[in-house]
Design a binder for this molecule. Structure first.
Ligand SMILES: [Zn+2]
Length: 275
C-alpha cells in the first residue's frame, strides 16, 4: 500500500510535468473508483491549468483556479506521466491529457488502480474537502512535534501505537512506520498513550520525522519510474527493524521480536528494547 513517503515521491515525480500545464481533456473509463467520480472532473477540470500539486496526508491535490482534483492511491493506485499513444490496460481508469510544454510532446497523466480502493474527487475553490477536514498536522512540518503528542495524549488510555496512527494527532504514520518509529524510540507499542513521558514523546516525534524523511529521500532515486510505461513505479521498502520480523532476532539486542494485534493491525516489537 502506498504510504506517505510513496505519495510524496509520486508528487515529486509528476509535479515537474504537470505544474503550469493545462488539462486538455479527461477520459474516465469507469464512473467510480472507491467512490463515484464527481461530474466536475469531466465538466469543470478540462481547460484548467494546474497551478500546484499539494500533498495532504496521503491525498494529492491538483490545484486549479476552478477547483482541485483530489486523488488518493488507495491500496494499489499508481500515477504516471506517459505519451498519449500508449493503449490503456484494463486497470487504467483515468487519463488526463495535458497540453504539451514548449518543444515537447503531449502527455497524459494516467491513473492505474487494479483494486480500485483509490479515489478521484473534487474540492471546490476556497473549501476543504470533508475527507481533509479534521486532519492533524503533517509529520514533516514544524506543526508536529513531541510536545504536541505529549499534550494530546494526557489522560488517554489507548495504546500509544494507535494514538500515533490516529490522523487527528498526526497524519500519514501508517502501520509499518508506527512500528518502526516506536522501536527506534524504545517505546512499547502496547503502552497507554497517557503514560508516556514528554521526553519520550520528543524522541518519538524525532524518530517519526527521521524515518519518513529517510524513506522519501530513498524514494527520490525512483522518480524516473513515473515516466516508465512498463510496470509500476518502484515503491521502495524500508530496512525494517521490527515490522514483519516475528521470531527473528532484534538487530540491537538479539531478543526474538514479538508480534501481537492492536486495533486489528499487526504490531511488532522487541520486549527488551521497548518499554
Ligand atoms: Zn532489542
Amino acid at each position: 500500500m502506498p504510504e506517505l513517503p510513496e505519495v510524496e515521491t509520486t508528487r515529486r515525480g509528476i509535479a515537474p510535468h504537470l505544474i503550469g500545464r493545462r488539462i486538455v481533456s479527461v477520459t474516465l473509463r469507469r464512473a467510480d473508483l472507491r467512490w463515484p467520480i464527481p461530474r466536475e472532473i469531466t465538466e469543470v477540470l478540462p481547460g484548467q491549468r494546474i497551478d500546484d500539486i499539494e500533498r495532504r496526508a496521503k491525498y494529492l491535490l491538483l490545484h486549479t483556479t476552478a477547483g482541485s482534483a483530489l486523488l488518493h492511491l488507495g491500496m494499489t493506485g499508481v500515477l504516471r506521466v506517459l505519451p498519449p499513444d500508449i493503449a490503456p490496460g484494463v486497470h487504467d481508469h483515468v487519463d488526463m491529457l495535458l497540453e504539451p510544454a514548449p518543444g515537447e510532446r503531449e502527455r497524459i497523466l494516467r491513473f492505474t488502480d487494479p483494486r480500485r480502493f483509490g479515489s478521484l474527487l473534487w474540492q471546490a475553490p476556497g473549501t476543504t474537502h470533508e475527507l481533509l477536514a479534521g486532519l492533524g498536522p503533517e509529520p514533516l512540518t514544524d506543526a508536529f512535534d513531541g510536545d504536541l503528542l505529549w499534550r494530546r495524549s494526557r489522560g488517554r488510555k489507548a495504546a500509544v501505537k494507535l494514538f500515533l496512527m490516529d490522523n487527528a494527532n498526526v497524519v500519514g504514520v501508517g502501520n509499518i512506520y508506527a512500528s518502526e518509529a516506536l522501536f527506534a524510540a524504545g517505546i512499547d507499542p502496547r503502552r497507554a498513550a497517557g503514560t508516556v513521558s514528554r521526553a519520550r514523546y520528543l524522541r518519538l516525534a524525532a524518530e517519526v520525522k527521521r524515518i519518513l524523511a529517510w524513506a522519501i529521500e530513498r524514494g527520490g532515486t525512483t522518480l524516473r519510474d513515473f515516466l516508465n510505461p512498463d510496470g509500476a513505479p518502484g515503491y521502495f521498502f524500508l530496512e525494517l527493524n521490527v515490522y514483519g520480523r516475528e521470531g527473528e532476532s532484534c538487530k540491537v539486542c538479539g531478543t526474538p521480536i514479538r508480534q501481537t494485534v492492536i486495533g486489528q493491525r499487526s504490531t511488532f516489537w522487541c520486549p527488551h528494547c521497548q518499554k
